[in-house]
Design a protein around this ligand. Structure first.
Ligand code: NAP
Length: 172
């Protein structure tokens, strides 16, 4: 069966990742509000019905999801679980730097609950950190984020930090 990669939020900071994954030869599905074209499935992840319909349409077109990469503004919505329930392979959860905030040490573990009880979905986590340079610290560029997530997919590490999250006091 041809691999089916699905990316949630692939038109923003993950667009470079999608371009790289498109060269892998499998089927690619992109879910976002403005997604268009044969690979695009327009939906709003704050609306569970809209998001489920897009997932169903993507699976109907390209088969079971063997690799998913997802960025959600919040995990406190139904969409992350709806996605995890449909993944039959690896799910890369892209998380903001707040997942590494030492004053909230349980956040990473809480984020993992999205796959509780789902034996077919293997979770990987990617934290977007920051860069510290002589002139000061800064957030990651879109290219750094896409390249970092691609590296995480290729190496298949359980947890990847792009840039750094320590010392926490050095964040921009
Ligand atoms: N740590 C760092 O260095 C760093 C750097 C950059 C960004 N970030 C974090 O990443 C976040 C995302 O950045 P971004 O610039 O890519 O902007 P974004 O506006 O959050 O868009 C990200 C992607 O998600 C999609 N999307 C957004 N809302 C959606 C919704 N309700 N339903 C479905 N798809 C949705 C967008 O496409 P559509 O518009 O087509 O829906 C786009 O593909 C930032 O808010 C920031 O917290 C962190």
């Amino acid at each position: 069966m041809v691999a089916h990669t699905l990316v949630v939020g692939g038109t923003g900071m993950l667009s470079g990742l999608c371009e790289a994954l498109a060269g892998d030869g499998g089927r690619l599905s992109l879910l976002s509000r403005q997604a268009s074209g044969p690979d695009g499935f327009g939906c709003d992840y704050y609306d569970p019905d809209s998001f489920s319909a897009a997932l169903d349409a993507a699976v109907a077109r390209s088969g079971p999801i063997s690799l998913a990469v997802a960025w959600f503004h919040t995990l406190k919505i139904e969409a992350p679980r709806l996605l995890a329930q449909r993944v039959e392979g690896r799910l890369f959860q892209v998380l903001g730097s707040a997942a590494a905030d030492p004053s909230h040490p349980w956040r990473l573990e809480t984020a993992r609950k999205v796959v509780d009880g789902l034996s077919r979905c293997a979770l990987r986590q990617v934290i977007l950190g920051f860069e510290v340079e002589p002139a000061g610290s800064r957030w990651l560029t879109n290219a750094e984020i896409s390249n970092g997530v691609l590296e995480a997919v290729r190496t298949d590490a359980p947890l990847t930090i792009i840039g750094q999250t320590k010392p926490w006091s050095a964040r921009p």
